[in-house]
Design a binder for this molecule. Structure first.
Ligand code: HEC
Length: 240
Protein backbone atom coordinates (compact mmCIF):
# COMPACT_ATOMS: atom_id res chain seq x y z
CA UNK A 1 0.00 0.00 0.00
CA UNK A 2 2.80 2.38 0.94
CA UNK A 3 4.60 1.52 -2.32
CA UNK A 4 1.41 2.22 -4.25
CA UNK A 5 0.97 5.59 -2.57
CA UNK A 6 4.59 6.45 -3.26
CA UNK A 7 4.27 5.65 -6.94
CA UNK A 8 1.07 7.68 -7.16
CA UNK A 9 2.90 10.64 -5.63
CA UNK A 10 5.78 10.18 -8.06
CA UNK A 11 3.32 10.22 -10.95
CA UNK A 12 1.76 13.44 -9.70
CA UNK A 13 5.10 15.16 -9.17
CA UNK A 14 5.43 16.64 -12.69
CA UNK A 15 2.00 18.24 -12.23
CA UNK A 16 3.24 19.89 -9.06
CA UNK A 17 6.24 21.30 -10.88
CA UNK A 18 3.99 22.91 -13.51
CA UNK A 19 1.55 24.18 -10.92
CA UNK A 20 4.24 26.02 -8.97
CA UNK A 21 5.51 27.84 -12.08
CA UNK A 22 3.11 30.76 -11.52
CA UNK A 23 1.45 31.36 -14.88
CA UNK A 24 -1.24 28.89 -15.79
CA UNK A 25 -1.63 27.68 -19.33
CA UNK A 26 -4.47 29.15 -21.41
CA UNK A 27 -6.61 26.72 -23.35
CA UNK A 28 -6.32 26.71 -27.11
CA UNK A 29 -9.49 25.96 -29.08
CA UNK A 30 -8.35 23.33 -31.57
CA UNK A 31 -10.67 22.52 -34.46
CA UNK A 32 -9.10 20.62 -37.33
CA UNK A 33 -12.32 20.81 -39.32
CA UNK A 34 -12.15 24.62 -39.42
CA UNK A 35 -10.42 25.02 -42.79
CA UNK A 36 -10.54 28.83 -42.65
CA UNK A 37 -8.65 28.80 -39.35
CA UNK A 38 -6.12 26.28 -40.72
CA UNK A 39 -5.52 28.34 -43.85
CA UNK A 40 -5.12 31.53 -41.84
CA UNK A 41 -2.81 29.71 -39.41
CA UNK A 42 -0.64 28.47 -42.29
CA UNK A 43 -0.59 31.98 -43.75
CA UNK A 44 0.51 33.54 -40.44
CA UNK A 45 3.03 30.74 -39.90
CA UNK A 46 4.67 31.45 -43.28
CA UNK A 47 4.73 35.18 -42.51
CA UNK A 48 5.97 35.07 -38.95
CA UNK A 49 7.66 31.72 -38.28
CA UNK A 50 9.02 30.22 -41.50
CA UNK A 51 11.81 32.78 -41.52
CA UNK A 52 13.42 30.68 -38.78
CA UNK A 53 11.49 27.39 -38.43
CA UNK A 54 10.77 24.63 -40.96
CA UNK A 55 7.87 22.17 -40.93
CA UNK A 56 9.70 19.77 -43.16
CA UNK A 57 7.07 17.05 -43.40
CA UNK A 58 4.55 19.35 -45.05
CA UNK A 59 4.46 20.40 -48.70
CA UNK A 60 2.32 23.27 -49.95
CA UNK A 61 0.44 20.67 -51.98
CA UNK A 62 -0.60 18.94 -48.73
CA UNK A 63 -2.21 22.18 -47.57
CA UNK A 64 -4.23 22.45 -50.79
CA UNK A 65 -5.36 18.81 -50.52
CA UNK A 66 -6.04 18.74 -46.80
CA UNK A 67 -7.79 22.11 -46.54
CA UNK A 68 -9.78 21.56 -49.79
CA UNK A 69 -8.31 24.73 -51.26
CA UNK A 70 -7.27 25.41 -54.81
CA UNK A 71 -3.52 24.93 -55.38
CA UNK A 72 -3.25 28.38 -56.93
CA UNK A 73 -4.88 29.96 -53.87
CA UNK A 74 -2.35 28.26 -51.59
CA UNK A 75 0.47 29.59 -53.77
CA UNK A 76 -1.02 33.10 -53.85
CA UNK A 77 -2.18 33.44 -50.27
CA UNK A 78 -0.08 31.08 -48.14
CA UNK A 79 3.24 30.03 -49.72
CA UNK A 80 6.13 32.49 -49.75
CA UNK A 81 6.86 34.20 -53.04
CA UNK A 82 8.63 31.95 -55.51
CA UNK A 83 7.70 28.69 -53.77
CA UNK A 84 6.32 25.83 -55.88
CA UNK A 85 3.36 23.67 -54.93
CA UNK A 86 5.61 20.60 -54.45
CA UNK A 87 8.06 22.47 -52.18
CA UNK A 88 8.34 21.50 -48.55
CA UNK A 89 7.79 24.15 -45.89
CA UNK A 90 11.50 24.76 -45.33
CA UNK A 91 13.06 27.84 -43.79
CA UNK A 92 15.57 29.79 -45.84
CA UNK A 93 17.77 30.28 -42.77
CA UNK A 94 20.82 28.06 -42.71
CA UNK A 95 22.29 26.42 -39.63
CA UNK A 96 25.43 28.53 -39.67
CA UNK A 97 23.56 31.87 -39.56
CA UNK A 98 21.08 30.58 -37.00
CA UNK A 99 23.89 29.57 -34.63
CA UNK A 100 25.59 32.91 -35.13
CA UNK A 101 22.45 34.94 -34.44
CA UNK A 102 20.61 32.88 -31.83
CA UNK A 103 23.30 30.59 -30.46
CA UNK A 104 21.11 27.64 -31.43
CA UNK A 105 19.19 26.42 -34.42
CA UNK A 106 15.43 27.07 -34.26
CA UNK A 107 13.92 23.56 -34.15
CA UNK A 108 11.73 22.08 -36.89
CA UNK A 109 8.14 22.53 -35.70
CA UNK A 110 6.51 19.55 -37.47
CA UNK A 111 6.00 17.63 -34.26
CA UNK A 112 6.07 20.45 -31.72
CA UNK A 113 2.32 20.30 -31.01
CA UNK A 114 2.73 16.64 -30.08
CA UNK A 115 5.68 17.18 -27.78
CA UNK A 116 4.55 20.41 -26.11
CA UNK A 117 0.76 20.27 -26.47
CA UNK A 118 -1.58 22.88 -27.98
CA UNK A 119 -2.23 24.76 -24.72
CA UNK A 120 1.48 25.13 -24.06
CA UNK A 121 2.10 26.51 -27.58
CA UNK A 122 -0.82 28.92 -27.30
CA UNK A 123 0.35 30.21 -23.92
CA UNK A 124 3.99 30.35 -25.03
CA UNK A 125 3.21 32.50 -28.09
CA UNK A 126 1.19 34.84 -25.85
CA UNK A 127 3.76 34.69 -23.04
CA UNK A 128 6.43 37.17 -24.17
CA UNK A 129 7.12 40.23 -22.02
CA UNK A 130 9.60 43.09 -22.12
CA UNK A 131 12.76 42.32 -20.14
CA UNK A 132 15.60 44.81 -20.69
CA UNK A 133 18.04 42.48 -18.90
CA UNK A 134 17.84 39.95 -21.74
CA UNK A 135 19.94 40.22 -24.91
CA UNK A 136 16.80 40.21 -27.10
CA UNK A 137 14.94 42.61 -24.78
CA UNK A 138 12.23 40.02 -24.17
CA UNK A 139 11.62 37.05 -21.95
CA UNK A 140 8.84 34.50 -21.81
CA UNK A 141 6.64 33.58 -18.85
CA UNK A 142 6.10 30.02 -20.09
CA UNK A 143 9.64 29.35 -21.38
CA UNK A 144 11.95 31.48 -19.18
CA UNK A 145 15.14 32.74 -20.87
CA UNK A 146 14.07 31.47 -24.28
CA UNK A 147 16.41 32.42 -27.11
CA UNK A 148 13.62 33.43 -29.50
CA UNK A 149 12.49 37.00 -30.11
CA UNK A 150 8.74 37.65 -29.99
CA UNK A 151 7.81 37.22 -33.66
CA UNK A 152 4.31 38.63 -33.13
CA UNK A 153 5.14 41.77 -31.14
CA UNK A 154 3.86 44.14 -33.83
CA UNK A 155 0.45 42.48 -33.71
CA UNK A 156 0.33 42.01 -29.96
CA UNK A 157 2.13 45.08 -28.63
CA UNK A 158 4.37 44.75 -25.58
CA UNK A 159 3.49 43.19 -22.25
CA UNK A 160 4.82 43.69 -18.74
CA UNK A 161 4.81 41.06 -16.01
CA UNK A 162 2.87 41.20 -12.76
CA UNK A 163 4.79 39.54 -9.92
CA UNK A 164 3.50 37.92 -6.76
CA UNK A 165 5.37 36.27 -3.94
CA UNK A 166 4.36 32.64 -3.65
CA UNK A 167 6.10 30.50 -0.99
CA UNK A 168 8.81 33.14 -0.59
CA UNK A 169 9.54 33.16 -4.33
CA UNK A 170 8.73 35.93 -6.79
CA UNK A 171 6.74 34.48 -9.65
CA UNK A 172 4.91 35.96 -12.62
CA UNK A 173 1.18 35.47 -12.25
CA UNK A 174 -0.07 37.63 -15.07
CA UNK A 175 1.00 39.68 -18.09
CA UNK A 176 -0.44 43.13 -18.76
CA UNK A 177 -0.51 44.99 -22.05
CA UNK A 178 1.87 47.92 -21.80
CA UNK A 179 1.70 49.18 -25.37
CA UNK A 180 -0.98 48.31 -27.92
CA UNK A 181 -0.16 46.38 -31.05
CA UNK A 182 -1.94 46.54 -34.40
CA UNK A 183 -4.51 43.94 -33.30
CA UNK A 184 -7.05 44.01 -30.48
CA UNK A 185 -6.57 41.40 -27.74
CA UNK A 186 -9.37 39.26 -29.21
CA UNK A 187 -8.02 39.45 -32.73
CA UNK A 188 -4.57 38.54 -31.46
CA UNK A 189 -5.87 35.54 -29.48
CA UNK A 190 -7.70 34.32 -32.55
CA UNK A 191 -4.59 34.68 -34.74
CA UNK A 192 -2.39 32.81 -32.26
CA UNK A 193 -5.06 30.16 -31.99
CA UNK A 194 -5.05 29.75 -35.78
CA UNK A 195 -1.26 29.30 -35.77
CA UNK A 196 -1.54 26.65 -33.05
CA UNK A 197 -4.40 24.97 -34.93
CA UNK A 198 -2.09 24.81 -37.96
CA UNK A 199 0.75 23.34 -35.86
CA UNK A 200 -1.57 20.67 -34.43
CA UNK A 201 -2.58 19.84 -38.01
CA UNK A 202 1.10 19.73 -39.04
CA UNK A 203 1.70 17.18 -36.27
CA UNK A 204 -0.80 14.88 -37.77
CA UNK A 205 -2.10 15.75 -41.22
CA UNK A 206 -3.26 12.18 -41.44
CA UNK A 207 -5.76 12.96 -38.69
CA UNK A 208 -7.90 14.91 -41.14
CA UNK A 209 -7.86 12.02 -43.58
CA UNK A 210 -8.65 9.56 -40.81
CA UNK A 211 -11.64 11.58 -39.68
CA UNK A 212 -13.17 11.85 -43.14
CA UNK A 213 -12.40 8.15 -43.73
CA UNK A 214 -14.28 7.34 -40.50
CA UNK A 215 -17.55 8.54 -42.01
CA UNK A 216 -17.19 6.16 -44.96
CA UNK A 217 -16.32 3.29 -42.67
CA UNK A 218 -19.41 3.91 -40.54
CA UNK A 219 -21.56 4.20 -43.65
CA UNK A 220 -20.16 0.92 -44.95
CA UNK A 221 -20.80 -0.88 -41.65
CA UNK A 222 -24.35 0.45 -41.64
CA UNK A 223 -25.04 -0.63 -45.25
CA UNK A 224 -23.47 -4.01 -44.58
CA UNK A 225 -25.72 -4.40 -41.53
CA UNK A 226 -28.81 -3.69 -43.63
CA UNK A 227 -27.75 -6.22 -46.29
CA UNK A 228 -26.95 -8.84 -43.66
CA UNK A 229 -30.35 -8.32 -42.07
CA UNK A 230 -32.16 -8.61 -45.41
CA UNK A 231 -30.20 -11.77 -46.24
CA UNK A 232 -31.07 -13.30 -42.89
CA UNK A 233 -34.76 -12.62 -43.49
CA UNK A 234 -34.52 -14.13 -46.95
CA UNK A 235 -32.82 -17.32 -45.72
CA UNK A 236 -35.14 -17.95 -42.81
CA UNK A 237 -38.44 -17.02 -44.40
CA UNK A 238 -39.33 -20.59 -45.53
CA UNK A 239 -38.27 -22.27 -42.30
CA UNK A 240 -40.71 -20.60 -39.90
C1 HEC B 1 13.90 35.18 -35.64
C2 HEC B 1 13.83 33.75 -35.59
C3 HEC B 1 12.58 33.10 -35.07
C4 HEC B 1 11.26 33.34 -35.46
C5 HEC B 1 10.76 34.34 -36.49
C6 HEC B 1 10.46 32.40 -34.73
N1 HEC B 1 11.24 31.64 -33.90
FE1 HEC B 1 10.60 30.16 -32.70
N2 HEC B 1 12.49 29.87 -32.01
C7 HEC B 1 13.62 30.54 -32.47
C8 HEC B 1 14.78 30.07 -31.73
C9 HEC B 1 16.21 30.56 -31.93
C10 HEC B 1 14.31 29.10 -30.84
C11 HEC B 1 15.14 28.28 -29.83
C12 HEC B 1 15.05 28.98 -28.53
C13 HEC B 1 15.73 28.25 -27.38
O1 HEC B 1 15.88 27.04 -27.42
O2 HEC B 1 16.07 28.96 -26.43
C14 HEC B 1 12.87 28.99 -31.02
C15 HEC B 1 12.05 28.17 -30.30
C16 HEC B 1 10.70 27.98 -30.55
C17 HEC B 1 9.84 27.06 -29.84
C18 HEC B 1 10.25 26.19 -28.65
C19 HEC B 1 10.72 24.88 -29.12
C20 HEC B 1 11.05 23.98 -27.95
O3 HEC B 1 12.20 23.98 -27.54
O4 HEC B 1 10.14 23.33 -27.45
C21 HEC B 1 8.60 27.17 -30.39
C22 HEC B 1 7.36 26.40 -30.00
C23 HEC B 1 8.67 28.15 -31.42
N3 HEC B 1 9.96 28.63 -31.50
C24 HEC B 1 7.59 28.54 -32.21
C25 HEC B 1 7.62 29.60 -33.09
C26 HEC B 1 6.46 30.07 -33.81
C27 HEC B 1 5.08 29.44 -33.77
C28 HEC B 1 6.86 31.16 -34.53
C29 HEC B 1 5.99 32.05 -35.38
C30 HEC B 1 4.86 32.65 -34.77
C31 HEC B 1 8.29 31.33 -34.28
N4 HEC B 1 8.71 30.38 -33.41
C32 HEC B 1 9.08 32.33 -34.86
C33 HEC B 1 13.64 31.52 -33.44
C34 HEC B 1 12.53 32.03 -34.08
Amino acid sequence: MKKLLQSCLLLLMPLGVFASAGMELDSAGIDLTDKTSLENGAHLYVQYCLGCHSTKYIRYLNLADDFDIDEQEILNKVAPEGAGIYDKMLTAMNEHDAKKWFGTQPPDLSLIARSRGADWLYSYLKGFYADPKKPLGVNNAIFPDVGMPNPLWKLQGTQRPVYETVDGQEVITELELEENGTMSADEFDKSVNDIVNFLVYAGEPAQLKRESMGKYVLFFIFMFGVIAYLLKKEYWKDIH
